[in-house]
Structure formats: structure tokens, C-alpha cells
Write a protein of this length. Structure first.
Length: 425
């Protein structure tokens, strides 16, 4: 039984990791509240799922640019200061979001600008934070730390949307944005208490400062690292082909009913599934074929999205709205559990198979993939849902995701055979 339970060793042995972890968890509760609030506010202003999808486009460009550049900054400057500066920008953006809601903003472009700034600041802070962890913890504790990170993220994705639904229903959008600004200060505190984390000495001839050449060196390394590269490819396929978040506002407002509360439940169901899966995360440390585990778990995500689409289609006469809602929540919980397992192994391979001098840049690529993939999926899914309907879009996307994992397993046999005891990029 102890082998199944989460390994808390990183939290017990490293006070600095413990403070960063607490700040990361609390600030992400606020971020998830803001995600729900932005989607609902855009839909309230436009009544268009397609416009909700365009929020992804507003976030994508700054995320790609600042994620890559932010990773380069983390490899050339004190990672603590880089993360602190970016987190401060994110906090100021949350304050601005609360002000626009308080003043009764009716211009959707204002929300797009806020999303762009939020996305850009995350693109800088996330690589800095992720590349700090391997400097605080021994390699053997990284799987446990990554599982704890998934628990933190899923906890925030459960509590954030639920709180957003309650706060928006009671106090309007300003309540959600203001609460986000208050609890985001936890991330600032954790970074302020951290000791300096300067980059390790670079190889002779390597770029001495952040910039385009440094970013290109990161991609050059990635071209010669098929196992690390495949973690990105698998996640991109899942998020672009089977991204359900753009469907949630329409599901709550029209298909399933319940409005903001239903939207919060759909977000929270995936996160709750991840939390349940991580309750047995101690067993994940025993898995050696981590590449194969990624492909299987991403296929499980696709099957969950198929289930969501079936529930949405069933709400159109086959099922009662209540039964359809329960089916949708169960499907999202299953998908969230599969995604959490995938996230643990993807992050572990990235951290253990990448040298420290490249971790910031590769974490930047990771941020672009993890956050940018869903944005592309929202953009494509929003447009497709406008044409064929939300339920059909989810079913087709989930099937495409499962098929993509089967193709990757046949194409990249080396990734299927990846051994965690002999990590190779």
C-alpha cells in the first residue's frame, strides 16, 4: 500500500521546494479562475463559441514568443529573478482584469489584450520555475516531485473553476479576477524566499546571453533528442485534436444547462480525475517504459473526449440533461486521470534526459507545447464546432487522438522502448 501512495519526500526534505510548491498551487487556483472567467465573459459579450476559440489565438503568439525567449533567459540569468519579474507582471494583469470588470467593460478586445499579457508572462515564469526544481532536488526525487506537481495543478483546476462559478454567480466577473490577484501573491512569496539560482557554466563557444542564437541552440539539441521530442509530439497531438475546453461555455449555456456552474463542474471533473489518479502515484515510480506509458495515457485522454462528445449528443433527446451532465463529468474525469499520468512521465523524461545548460530552453518549448497546444486546439475546435456542432466535434477529435497515438507507436519504436533506468534524450 505505501508504494501506491504519493511520495512526499521532496516536500519533507526541501523547504525551498515546499514554499515554491505552495505558491505554485495557490497561484494556479487563481489562474484557473481567470481562465473560466475570461471564457464566460467573452461568451457573455458575443454569444459565440467561435469567439471563445479566438481567445486561444490571442494567447498563442505571446506564449510562443515569450515561452521560447523566457527559456533562454532562464539559461543565462538567475532563474529566481526571471521568475519573480514575470510573476509580478502576471499579478498586475490580474489587477487590471478586475478593474475592467468593475468598470463594466463591453469591448471584447480588452479581454484579448489581457489574455495576451497573461500568456506572455506565463511563458517566462513557467520555464524558470520548472528548471529550478532539478537544482533543488536529487534526480531520484523528480518523478515524485512531478507527481506532486500534477496533484497541485489538478487541485487548482478543481478548486479554481468551482470558485469561479460561485464568485461569478455571486459577485460577477470582478469577484473572480480580484480573488485571482490576491492569491497570486503566494507565487511571489515563494520566489522571494528562494536563494539565487544562477545558470551553470556554458560550454565554450555557446551563446553567453539570451537571444535568437540561444533559442536556436535549444532547437538544435531537440533535433538530436528523439525521446524528448516525442513527449512534445504526443502532447501536441492530444491538445490540437481533442481539446474540449472551448466547448464548455456552450455546454453550460445551451446543451446541458446550468450556466457558469456547469462550466465550473466540467473543468473541475477533469482535475478531480487527475487527483484520484495521483492518489496512486507512488506506483508510477516503478514504471520503466515511460515512453509507452505516455502513448497509452494520451490515448486514454482521447477516449475520454469521445465520451464527452457522446454525452453532449445524448443531451439532444436520448438522455435527460441531468443524465447527460453526469455522463459528461465522468468522461472528463477519465480524461483528466489519463492526462495526469501522461504529464508525470513527459516532465520526468524532459528533466532527466536534458542537461542543465539546456533545461531552461527545453522547458520553454515544453511551456509552448503544453499551453500553446490547447490554444491551437481551441481555435480549431471552436471553428469546427460552429459547423458540425459541439458533440460531433468532441467525438471526431477524440477518435483522431487515439489514432494518432497508434501511428506514433508504430513510427517511433525507440520511444516505446525508452527505459527510465537509462535515460537518453
Amino acid at each position: 500500500m505505501p508504494r501506491l501512495l504519493p511520495d512526499l519526500t521532496p516536500l519533507r526534505e526541501s523547504p525551498e521546494y515546499r514554499r515554491l510548491y505552495a505558491g505554485f498551487t495557490l497561484s494556479n487556483v487563481g489562474s484557473q479562475m481567470a481562465v473560466v472567467a475570461i471564457g464566460l465573459q467573452v461568451y457573455a459579450l458575443t454569444r459565440s463559441t467561435g469567439m471563445v476559440g479566438l481567445v486561444g489565438l490571442a494567447a498563442l503568439v505571446p506564449l510562443v514568443v515569450m515561452g521560447l525567449y523566457g527559456g533562454s533567459l532562464s539559461d543565462h540569468h538567475d532563474r529566481r529573478l526571471v521568475g519573480l519579474a514575470a510573476s509580478t507582471v502576471s499579478w498586475l494583469t490580474s489587477v487590471t482584469a478586475a478593474l475592467q470588470a468593475l468598470l463594466g467593460n463591453r469591448h471584447v478586445w480588452v479581454l484579448f489584450v489581457l489574455v495576451a499579457v497573461w500568456s506572455g508572462s506565463s511563458g517566462v515564469s513557467d520555464p524558470a520555475r520548472s528548471s529550478i526544481y532539478p537544482r533543488l532536488l536529487p534526480t531520484r526525487q523528480l518523478p515524485a516531485a512531478n507527481a506532486l506537481g500534477v496533484v497541485a495543478m489538478n487541485t487548482s483546476m478543481t478548486a479554481g473553476p468551482l470558485l469561479a462559478g460561485v464568485l461569478i454567480g455571486s459577485f460577477g466577473f470582478v469577484g473572480a479576477y480580484l480573488t485571482d490577484a490576491v492569491i497570486t501573491t503566494a507565487a511571489l512569496y515563494g520566489l522571494l524566499r528562494l536563494h539565487p539560482v544562477p545558470p551553470e557554466r556554458h560550454d565554450e563557444g555557446a551563446p553567453t546571453r539570451a537571444g535568437l542564437r540561444s533559442v536556436l541552440d535549444g532547437f538544435s539539441f531537440l533535433r538530436s533528442a528523439p525521446n524528448v521530442r516525442m513527449t512534445f509530439v504526443a502532447d501536441i497531438a492530444a491538445m490540437v485534436l481533442a481539446q474540449p475546453r472551448v466547448l464548455f461555455p456552450a455546454a453550460g449555456a445551451v446543451i446541458l444547462g446550468g450556466g457558469a456552474t456547469t462550466v465550473g463542474f466540467l473543468y473541475a471533473a477533469a482535475a478531480l480525475g487527475g487527483i484520484v489518479a495521483m492518489g496512486a502515484s507512488g506506483a508510477l515510480g516503478e514504471v520503466r517504459r515511460q515512453g509507452l506509458a505516455i502513448l497509452v495515457s494520451v490515448a486514454g485522454w482521447g477516449l475520454g473526449i469521445v465520451g464527452l462528445g457522446a454525452a453532449l449528443l445524448g443531451a439532444d433527446g436520448v438522455l435527460t440533461r441531468q443524465h447527460a451532465l453526469w455522463a459528461a463529468l465522468a468522461a472528463m474525469a477519465f480524461a483528466g486521470a489519463a492526462d495526469s499520468v501522461s504529464a508525470v512521465f513527459r516532465t520526468t523524461i524532459l528533466q532527466s534526459a536534458t542537461p542543465d545548460r539546456m533545461r531552461g530552453r527545453l522547458q520553454g518549448v515544453f511551456v509552448v507545447v503544453v499551453a500553446g497546444g490547447p490554444r491551437l486546439g481551441e481555435l480549431a475546435g471552436g471553428g469546427l464546432a460552429q459547423r458540425i456542432g459541439e458533440g460531433h466535434m468532441a467525438v471526431l477529435g477524440g477518435i483522431a487522438c487515439v489514432a494518432a497515438m497508434a501511428v506514433l507507436a508504430l513510427w517511433q519504436r525507440g520511444f516505446v522502448r525508452y527505459d527510465a533506468l537509462r535515460p537518453t534524450p
